[in-house]
Design a protein around this ligand. Sequence first.
Ligand SMILES: NC(=O)c1ccc[n+]([C@@H]2O[C@H](COP(=O)([O-])OP(=O)(O)OC[C@H]3O[C@@H](n4cnc5c(N)ncnc54)[C@H](O)[C@@H]3O)[C@@H](O)[C@H]2O)c1
Length: 334
Amino acid sequence: MANDFINIGVIGLGRMGQVHAHGFHKMPLVNLKAVADVNPGLLAETSEKFGAKGYADYNEILEDPSINAVSICLPDNMHKDCILRATQAGKHVLCEKPLVNNLADALEIEKKLRGYDKVFMVAYCLRYDLQRAALRERLLAGDFGEVIHIYSRRNSPIVGPRHYAGYSDLADHVMIHDIDYINWLLRSKPRKVYAKSRSVLLKDKNMTDAIFALLTYPSGELVCLESCWVLPDLTPMALDDRLELIGTKGSAYLECSEAAVMFVSNRDAEKPVRYGGDFNATEATGMVYEELNEFVRCVAAGKTSGVTIREAVEDIEVVEAICLSAKEGREIEL
Ligand SMILES: NC(=O)c1ccc[n+]([C@@H]2O[C@H](COP(=O)([O-])OP(=O)(O)OC[C@H]3O[C@@H](n4cnc5c(N)ncnc54)[C@H](O)[C@@H]3O)[C@@H](O)[C@H]2O)c1
């Protein structure tokens, strides 16, 4: 397989589908063979731009035996059906986060995919951000000692909930990024979850404006998550995200909108990685490009993805606990 083309189809050509198509189109081992979307204008434009065959019905991609991998970039509530069909067709599958948006469906997929011998990967791009990867390496090397607490913020302009109204909400669409990254960092899901949320600007849409969640991990580490997606339209950055980790021997500060990371110990304070990246994958750099590359490497080498389906299911378990805690005003045990 190592020298063969991976023939791939991208399903769903909205914001993330464009990023995936760009990224795969640039990779030497990969042939972006097909794209699918129900929007005829978007389909024609994307298919022409990348010289890929265009389909209105994604099932035609799944029926093509020459296509061995697909990337699913459909709205969150359409992932389940497409995952089940794609895996039934025996494709290697990369699916945008979240796996699905409820735990029952996540568990059903996990059960159906037990023993699946192709690559199945959920696209959690934060794991492929160089700053965050550097932070995790240092944590695993013991540089910060025991983790006392972590704070992680992910705030963005109100354009998001306008776009995703009706099929996603803040916890499963946005906060899940931090849940996945921190579970990965601490190599565990939390034991307890307490959360508060508010709906003000999005109340009429039955959606959540902001959430604060306090998670307790098995060794006692405290994690405070903040997400809000109703910042004014004129907010100058697409994302206001920040992470602080405080340990017994040192601390780490990620100022993501400024692409800066700082590690502090009792000896010094250093800023070792300055890396802006390119979320749009147009320059073959950045965390999404790294993530697509990891999928391709797994397919080419016949190895399983680092993002396991169990982890993706646990992320959704945490999302549901956060929503339940916010609704019932009590701490939830997992
Ligand atoms: N990794 C990240 O940071 C990140 C950022 C944004 C979105 N996402 C995820 O990516 C996925 C897609 O989000 P998006 O922002 O690109 O959404 P989007 O609404 O921009 O794109 C979805 C596309 O799917 C198409 N579509 C709908 N039904 C279809 C069908 N039956 N067959 C084919 N195409 C169909 C729509 O026409 C649209 O073009 C979501 O799961 C979302 O959570 C991830």
